[in-house]
Design a protein around this ligand. Sequence first.
Ligand SMILES: Cc1ncc(COP(=O)(O)O)c(C=O)c1O
Length: 408
Amino acid sequence: MTTVVTGLDSIGMAPAEPNVEVSEAFGADRNEMKVELGLGAYRTEDLQPYVLNVVKKAEKLMLERGENKEYLPIEGLGAFNKATAELLFGADNAVIQQQRVATVQGISGTGSLRLAAALIHSHFPTSQILISSPTWGNHKNILNDAGVAWSEYRYYDPLTVALDFQGMISDIKAAPEGCFVLLHGCAHNPTGIDPTPAQWQIIADVIEEKKHIPLFDVVYQGYASGSVEADASSVRLFAARGMELLVAQSYSKNMGLYAERIGAINVVCSSPDSAQRVKSQLKRLARGMYSNPPVHGARIVTNIVGNSDLFSEWEEELRMMAGRIKSVRKKLYECLSAKDKSGKDWSFFVKHIGMYSYAGLNEAQRERMRKKWHVYMTKDGRMALTGVSQAKCEYLADAFIDSYHNVS
Ligand SMILES: Cc1ncc(COP(=O)(O)O)c(C=O)c1O
């Protein structure tokens, strides 16, 4: 049946993006002590945006070379695709050596996930994907728009402010065989809680046993621990088992290329022939969505990852960024422990990794943080510690202690 168009006036208002409300409310707040924890980006100790020095150097090289602006192939810049897959898996990894990875440049992490979702929908239309509860808010939008059914596995335990590992494992086990499972490669957003290496092995056991296929979301490689190798270890552990898997990558955070929209989708297949077929399908899907990807970010990443001097400098800057977040976590924990005489354990702040944490505050406590202390976090309680400087830790600790103990 054809739907009759009655006029565009029938279109209703889309719901507001929750993060926008947080930054607008923060912007309108005139209190000088205010703290913004709703951010999705790195900030310096002065709480200013940061452009990496290696990015500036790579852009200078690009300008000197005077490269043109011709269309890229549908699959993206060849040198970028090679560099990004090698960064993720390691150049000597069997999956690379055996040419079992189909890599296609994507429109950052979001666009790469969208391509993965389109691939799933087009080839496994009745399958479902399991996602963590909670997960990055946009995962559900991406999957819904691509028509991929999802259900949730337990992940966060509010009582311990840690991983509900048993819940996670039993939900992945209880799902029907042959689902996709969305996993955060490192620095889980929004909780900041990652499985330990031993827990990753068990997760891989269960996924293998149930013939599920993992879809890794890797946005924080190098930015979580400060080491690109360590942050790729979860993905590499699955690849080493010879499993098929999908990995979406983003350079928004680890190179600060938020607005360049550069990332990739990598599909590890069982043979080079299968990888070629998958790649052809990804290209078909990309062609209909945006035709060809943008070149600027791809050239920046290729120049940095493919040049040993710039690569070492990038690693240094990653250690600096990850280090600043870790030192804020430490200072905040020290302030909380010193000031809170109740014996409450605030050590989750130093156990969590990456820029985000959940603090286990309920809605009323979060409301107190905003109304009384001018501390802004997303509605679900996600806090980006990039919005905190050493100088703000004392104040933030007071806000937490008051809101936690004086509001139930
Ligand atoms: C878990 C996760 N996935 C994907 C993304 C997508 O980011 P982008 O599209 O900017 O690369 C983000 C960004 O915050 C994220 O945290």
